[in-house]
Design a protein around this ligand. Sequence first.
Ligand code: SAH
Length: 252
Amino acid sequence: MSSEQNPCKNIRVVLVNTTHPGNIGSAARAMKTMGQSSLYLVDPVDFPSGEARALSSGATDLLENAVVTSTLEEAIADCELVVGASARVRGISLSLTDPRDTAQDVVAEAKDGAKVALVFGREDRGLTNEELRLCHRQVHIPSVAEFSSLNLAASVQVLSYELRMAVLAQEGSSKVPEVREHAPASSEQMEGYYKHLRETLEDVGFFKSCNPEKIMTKLRRLYARSRPDRVEYNILRGILSETQVALRSLRK
Ligand code: SAH
């Protein structure tokens, strides 16, 4: 897949001067679950570290491939769009966006080939104003004003999730995993089922004064919505057959 098709290749997460290595590991895990793989660490206090490894919970490839730099300037040198994540909204005339709009813009630009950085600050004091000035815009996760600061890895998770949603929306992919275990029943099978259903409903006297055509149209719509698979189809046919057997033995 070329970088044009996979925008994630052009997106990097930059953690600035992180104190706790566990947060680096947790951030790597958060990224990997959402399809992000490029991690930059600016002057980390403790890295590499067993704690980062442990908390990455298998996202060790991101840690092994992490690019370590001594300044933010180096980490973003080749980037065309730099977004700073900030818990506090500062008055430094950067445009401010929410994670959803940010992710859509980031994915769109990354898809066009631009390199994009999402920059996260220190646990205790976030990003400095000088660091924020290196960014083109600020993203703020709309937390409550009285308690606005998320854990570093949690904020990486929120942004990575929004990136993932933006990528899926752009690909037109489903956002829920396909859970179907068996192939859907074929049209021929369903036509056989509707015929069988109608016969059985007639046998049990279901239609009474109702118009069977109208009822069958509604039932077809119901089944079309749920699209039974082959195993479900067999169960449905089995119910009808057993109903007919029971009816026959009652009438004897
Ligand atoms: N006390 C710091 C918060 C640091 S939290 C401060 O006031 O800035 C560590 C990092 O997580 C922040 O620098 C920021 O990048 C990210 N973060 C935490 N909460 C956030 C929020 N509500 N919106 C955007 N980023 C957030």
